[in-house]
Design a protein around this ligand. Structure first.
Ligand SMILES: Nc1ncnc2c1ncn2[C@@H]1O[C@H](COP(=O)(O)OP(=O)(O)O)[C@@H](O)[C@H]1O
Ligand SMILES: [Mg+2]
Length: 359
């Protein structure tokens, strides 16, 4: 178990800066998820932490000690990769024992550690198999087992479930969080999948283009996204966005619907354009007092049984709005509907710069 701190970490590859000054605190025993689109620097950040890459500047502290110049092998961390990286000619047992043999551990101690990890991961009956004789999920468990036997200070996972099919991903998700609960270890988990981030993390770090956009618990990010990027990235289907104009008395108007009021402490400058955000699950076909109403032409309906997704087009013929309704709806493609957004569930963002959240 260990804490980790990154201070002003910068990483350049040649002329290209890929990490732009990252500050981050990971507490002892926390499950932290780095999430962000492909290419935003998640793997690079993880490789910097475990010592496979060297920071161009900035400091990395492990349990309060600066480890910039400590070799990867001596940092006491273990990384689990998407590709499993198992040795194909070795059995499950040998794959898990290999690292310990290299460390010169006695045979009996290795046997005990591998046995314990195998039991924890339900691999105890598979120890004599080769990787090709295992399913994808079993292979991933061997890769995790190999990390566990080393008793690392921190577990680092780089998209470990990306190669698994959808059903297996869901069950492996809870296996990994269950493992975290049992071991109580600090874990850093990288994914581009916001559902994985939401369901697994104590703390989510949202990255974009080598910068941290926001750090917070899953519900903090969902309820109070710091900017439009986080708002759009967290939540599925994605939050709807449409431009609004401020009028006198902090009222907001959109060319697509009725004017409405949002309670904004600082008030709003008049005549400015903002971006309004409302999540599909917060839009309703039922009228509510003071709500923004939007007239839509339905372009697609997805009946999922327990709920229904309705996709509508605003009169500009360009802005699509998604609505999540509970249960089953009779709405059809081509219908004209009015949807309502209660002000309490509306977010408001600056339209330029960082697209910061105003509310
Ligand atoms: N060894 C490298 N040399 C040059 N550029 C790299 C190298 N590794 C990663 N990059 C670049 O750094 C950026 C971040 O990559 P990466 O950390 O792999 O992103 P992610 O894991 O979030 O998809 C990308 O633009 C990628 O092309
Ligand atoms: Mg990556």
């Amino acid at each position: 178990m260990a804490s980790l701190e990154l201070k002003k970490i910068i990483k350049d590859f040649g002329e290209t800066r890929v990490i732009h000054g990252v500050d981050l605190q990971v507490d002892d025993g926390e499950f932290v998820v780095f999430v962000g689109p492909s290419g935003c620097g998640k793997s690079t950040l993880l490789r910097l932490i475990c010592g496979l890459e060297h920071a161009s500047s900035g400091d990395i502290f492990l349990e309060g000690e600066r480890v910039n110049d400590v070799r990867a092998a001596d940092r006491g961390l273990a990384m689990v990769f998407q590709s499993y990286a198992l040795y194909p000619h070795m059995t499950v047992y040998q794959n898990m024992a290999f690292g310990l043999e290299n460390m010169g551990l006695p045979k009996a101690a290795i046997k005990a550690k591998v046995g314990e990890a195998a039991k924890l991961l339900r691999l105890d009956t598979l120890l004599e198999r080769k990787p090709t004789q295992l399913s994808g999920g079993q292979r991933q468990r061997v890769a995790i087992g190999r990390a566990i036997v080393r008793e690392p200070k921190i577990f680092l996972f780089d998209e470990p479930l990306s190669n698994l099919d959808a059903e297996l991903r869901v069950s492996m998700r809870s296996e990994i969080t269950g493992l975290h609960r049992r071991l109580g270890s600090t874990m850093i988990y990288v994914t581009h999948d916001q559902v994985e981030a939401m369901t697994m993390a104590d703390k989510i770090v949202v990255l974009r283009q080598g910068r941290i956009e926001q750090v917070g618990s899953p519900l903090e990010l969902y309820n109070r996204p710091a900017n439009r990027f986080v708002a759009g990235f967290i939540g599925s289907p994605q939050m709807n966005f449409l431009p609004v104009r401020s009028e006198a008395g902090s009222r907001l108007a959109t060319t697509f619907g009725t004017a409405f009021s949002l309670d904004i402490e600082s008030g709003l400058a008049e005549g400015k354009t903002y971006m309004l955000g409302v999540r599909p699950e917060h839009l309703s076909l039922e009228e509510s007092p003071g709500a923004l109403s939007l007239a839509l032409k339905v372009v697609e309906v997805e009946q999922l049984g327990g709920h229904c997704l309705i996709y509508g087009m605003l009169p500009d013929g360009n802005t699509r709005i998604t609505l999540h309704c509970e249960g089953q709806q009779s709405t059809q493609i081509g219908d004209a509907v009015v949807v309502y957004a209660p002000p309490a569930n509306c977010h408001l963002f600056e339209k330029d710069g960082e697209e910061r959240t105003i509310r």
